[in-house]
Design a protein around this ligand. Structure first.
Ligand SMILES: Nc1ncnc2c1ncn2[C@@H]1O[C@H](COP(=O)(O)OP(=O)(O)O)[C@@H](O)[C@H]1O
Ligand SMILES: [Mg+2]
Length: 311
């Protein structure tokens, strides 16, 4: 079913205390409302500091929001008891930009991949596993992500960046998740390796019926592979659009990202309260934009944006 909803997020807010000043915290996310559809590839873009990683961490229940709801298959992750969350976690897994930071440097490749199986003591089908079966499953996972068996005993630092990312992916799919949350999974890799890892992710997505949410700054990837694109600016949603329409009749901020050919530009400085957060940088800004923040509203089918001039 195409439009079945896997993850339903409503009015999510998250702030961090600003260690540098006594002011109120930094509003990392401000009123995010979004459905992730089963089977889609949702790309998230926005300049650095926009809140992309925070949103992914909240989706993965690695952190709790200040307010708002995150329903995964109808169940609220924010209020779930620890034990239940632990069980639910096998369904959604994160992949990070820098897998050397997320992989235990002292563990062998085999051990890293086997660990989630050990923790849950069952495989993707929920079958109890003997030690031997876990090793076999780990070997099968290595083959699945294109790692040769002779890498079993290596440590992460004895692998290339691409190989490490394959290990991280094997670990992420070990328990048969439904949702993969990837935070710039290709950014630290050389260009030819990026293509290999992207192809791997897309093959696995197809074979395992995964839903993929991916932060990326590569507009080519978005055009070729995403189903929808979410554009964040200073913790808010400024545009959510189908990938086919991405760039057409785009929000002025999205246009600036496209012009820079880099969907994670450096953070811009000034804020424009109480108006549209992008007003100070927007070529089309008028008095109303400076005065009132535009609501995030439907522009056309499968296209939402927050801009007075697009309504
Ligand atoms: N653990 C944290 N402690 C304090 N501030 C944080 C933390 N994580 C993120 N932030 C702040 O929240 C905002 C959004 O950060 P982040 O989600 O990392 O943005 P992005 O991934 O889009 O670059 C930034 O202003 C950042 O400084
Ligand atoms: Mg980030």
């Amino acid at each position: 079913m195409r439009d079945e909803i896997l993850l339903s997020i409503s009015d999510l807010c998250k702030s961090y205390l600003d260690a540098g000043s006594k002011k109120d915290g930094v509003m990392a996310l401000d009123g995010i409302t979004l459905d992730v559809r089963r089977g889609e590839t949702l790309a998230i873009i926005g300049e650095s500091g926009a809140g992309k990683s925070t949103l992914l961490r909240l989706m993965a229940a690695l952190e709790r929001p200040d307010s708002g709801k995150i329903l995964f298959q109808g169940k609220d992750l924010c209020t779930m008891r620890r034990e239940e969350l632990r069980r639910e976690r096998r369904e959604f897994q994160m992949i990070f930009q820098n897998s050397s930071a997320s992989l235990d440097p002292l563990m062998s490749v085999e051990r890293i991949i086997r660990e989630p199986l050990e923790i849950h003591n069952e495989d993707a089908e929920g079958k109890r596993l003997s030690r031997k079966a876990m090793n076999e499953t780990a070997s099968a996972l290595m083959a699945k992500v294109g790692l040769s068996p002779d890498m079993r005993k290596r440590r992460p630092k004895e692998l290339s960046g691409g190989e490490r990312q394959r290990v991280a992916i094997a670990r992420a799919i070990a328990l048969g998740p439904k949702l993969i949350l990837a935070d710039e999974p290709l950014s630290s890799l050389d260009v030819p390796v990026q293509a290999q890892i992207l192809n791997l992710l897309l093959t696995l997505k197809r074979e395992m019926d995964l839903t993929l949410v991916m932060i990326t700054h590569n507009l080519g990837i978005i055009r070729a592979f995403a189903s929808r694109v979410l554009v964040l600016y200073r913790g808010r949603m400024v545009e959510l659009v189908s990938a086919e329409r991405f760039g057409e009749n785009a929000h002025p901020y999205t246009r600036s990202l496209i012009l820079a050919d880099n969907a994670t530009m450096d953070e811009s400085d000034s804020d424009c309260k109480p108006g549209c957060p992008f007003a100070c940088h927007c070529p089309g800004c008028d008095e109303r934009c400076k005065r009132e923040c535009p609501p995030f509203s439907e522009i056309e089918n499968d296209h939402m944006a927050s801009c007075w001039h697009m309504m």
